[in-house]
Design a protein around this ligand. Structure first.
Ligand code: COA
Length: 177
C-alpha cells in the first residue's frame, strides 16, 4: 500500500518588513484562509468597515468569507499580508478585472493595529502589478470623500482623483497602467 502524502501547506509568501520592523508576508489569498479572514474582519472597527464597503456590516457571513478566499483567477486577483508565521491576516486587497473596459477595480482593508506601517502600500503595489500582468489598462476604485488615509495613499502611488456625477460623497481614483 502506498503512503498518501499530506497535502502541501500553502506557501507562506514573500517576506517583507513593515515600516515599524514587523516581519510580515505577502501572498495570494487561499481557500484555507477562511477562519483567519473571519478573525481579521472581527478586528476591524465599524468605521473601517464603512470605509471598505460603504455601509455598516456587523458580521462577515462564512459563505461570503469562503467566496472571498476562492477568487476565480480570470476575474479576480486577491492578496493577503500575514504575520511571518502565516497565522493572522493583517491586510487583504483585491482587484476585479473587467475584460470589456480593461479596468481593474480595487478594494483593500488593513488590520487597524497595522495601519500606517506600509502594509497598504505593499498590497496596492501588488494589485497594480497583478492588473498589469492581467493586461488591464487602468486600475480604479471608489473612495469615500472623507477617507483621507486611502486618498493619501492613492495620491502617493500616482492615482488621479475625479468627482463622480451625482455622488458628492464619493471620489473615483484611477491610474493608467
Ligand atoms: C486606507 C488604508 C488601506 C491605508 O492602509 P495603510 O496600511 O495604513 O497605508 P500605508 O501604511 O501603506 O500608507 C500610509 C502612509 O505611508 C506611506 N507609505 C507607505 N509605504 C510607503 C513606501 N514604501 N514608499 C512611500 N510611501 C509609503 C503612504 O503613502 C502613507 O503616507 P503617510 O506618511 O502620510 O502616512 C487603511 O487605513 C484601511 O484599511 N482603511 C479602511 C478600509 C479602507 O478605507 N479601504 C479603502 C477603500 S477600498
Amino acid at each position: 500500500m502506498h503512503a498518501v502524502a499530506p497535502p502541501e501547506p500553502p506557501a507562506l509568501g514573500t517576506p517583507f518588513l513593515s515600516r515599524d520592523g514587523d516581519a510580515l508576508r505577502l501572498r495570494p489569498i487561499h481557500a484555507d484562509d477562511v477562519s483567519a479572514l473571519l478573525r481579521a474582519f472581527g478586528r476591524m472597527s465599524p468605521e473601517q468597515i464603512r470605509m471598505r464597503v460603504f455601509h455598516a456590516l456587523t458580521e462577515l457571513p462564512e459563505p461570503v468569507a469562503r467566496y472571498l478566499c476562492t477568487p476565480h483567477p480570470d476575474k479576480v486577483a486577491a492578496f493577503v499580508v500575514t504575520d511571518d508565521d502565516g497565522g493572522e491576516i493583517r491586510g487583504e486587497a483585491r482587484v476585479h478585472f473587467d475584460p470589456i473596459s480593461e479596468g481593474a477595480e480595487f478594494a483593500i482593508a488593513i488590520d487597524p493595529a497595522f495601519t500606517g506601517k506600509g502594509v497598504g502600500w505593499a498590497l496596492m503595489t501588488r494589485l497594480i502589478e497583478a492588473s498589469r500582468e492581467h493586461g488591464m489598462r487602468e486600475i480604479w476604485g471608489h473612495v469615500l470623500a472623507e477617507n483621507g488615509a486611502m486618498l493619501d495613499l492613492a495620491d502617493r502611488l500616482g492615482f488621479e482623483r475625479a468627482p463622480i456625477a451625482g455622488e458628492p460623497g464619493l471620489l473615483l481614483v484611477r491610474m493608467a497602467l
